[in-house]
Design a protein around this ligand. Structure first.
Ligand code: SF4
Length: 163
């Protein structure tokens, strides 16, 4: 556990960290069982036409370097453990954006034999982007809303260890 002192220096350091995080969050993308429709829209969001990088968002591959997990699809039995492991590997504070109706409620895959449920049933979710699939503008709106909330909101509780 990190020991924090309530000093002016510590508060200034926290403000600088939050400023840096809001202006340049690193994101990782994970498909926990999506039909790929939402994933194509996320890729479109990163193209020069929509250019998510203008908000400082950088997509990269390692959960150990990521601040934000952008997740699509319902959670399948096969991907559940991987999703939890990716989330646990991300450093605190970490944030999750669930993209698409399937990520919010299970969507079209609700009740299927191989579906655990929505993303929120497996890990804590900070922002939801509805749609099937959501347009790039909606995904950008969700990410920007999350970034704006970072300045006010404490980090979510860590997911409990599996038994
Ligand atoms: S919300 Fe629609 S596009 Fe996205 S994973 Fe579900 S069915 Fe596919």
């Amino acid at each position: 556990m990190e020991l924090k002192l309530d000093t002016p220096w510590q508060r200034a350091l926290d403000q600088i960290k939050t400023w840096a995080r809001v202006n340049s969050p690193w994101a990782i993308h994970y498909n926990s069982g999506s039909c790929n429709g939402c994933d194509i829209e996320i890729l479109a969001t990163l193209t020069p036409r929509y250019d998510l990088e203008r908000f400082g968002v950088k997509l990269q591959g390692s959960p150990r370097h990521a601040d934000v997990l952008i997740c699509t699809g319902p959670v399948t039995l096969q991907s559940r453990d991987r999703l939890v492991r990716i989330y646990q590997q991300m450093p605190e504070p970490k944030f999750v954006v669930a993209v698409g109706s399937c990520g919010i409620s299970g969507g079209a895959f609700q009740g299927c034999y191989n579906i655990v449920g929505s993303i929120g049933e497996v890990i804590p979710v900070d922002a939801y982007v509805p749609g099937c699939p959501p347009r790039p503008e909606a995904i950008i709106h969700g990410v920007v809303a999350l970034l704006q909330s970072l300045q006010k909101k404490p980090a979510p509780a860590a997911v409990p260890e599996e038994k």
